[in-house]
Design a binder for this molecule. Structure first.
Ligand SMILES: CC(C)(COP(=O)(O)OP(=O)(O)OC[C@H]1O[C@@H](n2cnc3c(N)ncnc32)[C@H](O)[C@@H]1OP(=O)(O)O)[C@@H](O)C(=O)NCCC(=O)NCCS
Length: 124
């Protein structure tokens, strides 16, 4: 049974500006190591990959229905890419404790200016 869906659109430029302004401090606060390693592995358009992951976190926060409250933290909700390129959500900490028994589906898309994520959460 689907227990929640969430979506988000993130402005790529906004994320690029935050990375430029706050550097590593911003990246470490928001993204997991897996995510920053993945995004930094691209020579071009890193900002699009970071923005897509930001959108995934916001979409997940909507799918669980609490938004940014009740223990939600950006870096407890990460994206990992399978070898096929397909992205999956990886949870840690309190997010893993609360939602780790659910099946979480994620899809991402990005252009030069916008990144989009959609999350669906299933539970038996
Ligand atoms: C998957 C594919 C349809 C993406 O379409 P696109 O128009 O190029 O790019 P979009 O911006 O819409 O989507 C990009 C996102 O698709 C997702 N994606 C990539 N491969 C995927 C797959 N096999 N299944 C589901 N989602 C996938 C990723 O999340 C990617 O963003 P990310 O790299 O930041 O994680 C296209 O790249 C494709 O068919 N690729 C073939 C598989 C491939 O070459 N994989 C490369 C890794 S080995």
């Amino acid at each position: 049974m689907i227990i929640g869906i969430g979506t988000d659109i993130t402005d790529v430029n906004r994320i690029e500006e935050s990375i430029e302004k706050f550097g590593d401090r911003f990246i470490k606060k928001i993204f997991t190591e897996t995510e920053s390693e993945y995004c930094e592995s691209f020579k071009l358009h890193k900002g699009q990959h970071y923005a897509a992951r930001f959108a995934a976190k916001e979409a997940f926060s909507k799918a669980i229905g609490t938004g940014m409250r009740e223990g939600f933290a950006f870096n407890l909700v990460g994206v990992r890419n399978m070898t096929s390129g397909k992205p999956i959500i990886e949870l840690t900490g309190v997010m893993q404790e609360r939602w780790g028994d659910c099946r979480i589906h994620l899809t991402l898309s990005h252009s030069a200016t916008l990144a989009v994520a959609m999350v669906a959460i299933e539970k038996d």
